[in-house]
Ligand binder design. Sequence first.
Ligand code: SF4
Length: 395
Amino acid sequence: MPAGRDLPTIAISAPDADPRPGLSGVRSDALVAWAESLHVPPYRARQIADFHWGRHAGAAAEMHTLPASVRAALERDFQVDTLADTVVRPADGGLTEKALHRLGDGRLVESVLMRYPSRGRRRERTTVCISSQAGCAVGCPFCATGELGFGRDLSVAEIVDQVRFWARRVTEEGRRITNVVFMGMGEPLLNADAVVEAAYALTDPLRFGLGARHVTLSTSGVVPGIERLTALRPAWTLAVSLHAARGGLRDVLVPLNRRYPVTDVVDAASAYADATGRRVSYEYVMIDGINDTPADADAVSALLRGRLAHVNLIPMNPVAHTAWRPSTPARVATFADVLRLSGVPVTVRRNRGEEIGAACGQLAAEQAGEPASEAVRRRRDRLEREGAASLSRRP
Ligand code: SF4
């Protein structure tokens, strides 16, 4: 393609040191148009797609059945892989692995692979948890990413390439990726254009080809984003990071609650469930003595009773910048019982990979260096003060 001509990519970009768009963000018809612009037969575009999506190629050089001239044009016009210098840390006896990826502008993002062996009638699963932003503006105090602050939105290709990275890795062990969850760094619905397009790329039979029901989009409660998803009526699962049902406490644990109150969030999520027939998952990180009291369990029951909802209770992953600790198993069990008795379906999840810093953003925070310690201390003190005050209030 002549230099300076517009590339046939979708109009979503991120400020990247490399001006070439990522190949994973290019739709199939756009790739064919690119090939035609070079007078390359359309079947070459299909070959490129086979290498890219079927074999998860990391460079044009791996596409060995292409003529050298097409490989060179591909490298000139696209980034075949937008991630570099990936470092992987294993945990859980190899069942969990966490990756730290470097983006083109040097920023760091994380993704996690979780292998679940088959159990009873349940088939083996291989789930990837991916990031949608470098850092996060929401600032949940129990989250290492929130402590990093916001960096930038990821592009479609940067999101999808996290999945391709793991697909390449597990192919060697005869596995394939069965599930993708957008629960890594960032608030997905604050980067909705790229996230929705990435979810389409992952579920497009001509591209990554995952079943739509095997993709989960999570949000801490961006109501307009949930409404936008509802209008699209996809078969993706919606997960809401709930973490508190009492408004005052949720203002502290999920600061976005001050903008979008929890009742509005749950109403919007219920509209999604009604429109799609898909049960909404509510994620609840359990923090000892903060959001695991009987009053909190009653508030969650009152909020979700009678809705198409399922609650996942997850003991908090300890992070360095807060003294908060995970709830004890006994407190988690009591909380779950209250929900069950009120007819709200609930599952107690176990934390994966604590020893590798599985809390999202933890590895990136380590690599980026600690934020200014004085500012962190002040913020932590304020959060714990507000958390204690809110705990003493009734809903
Ligand atoms: S928990 Fe999610 S929404 Fe909250 S700060 Fe962390 S990445 Fe952002």
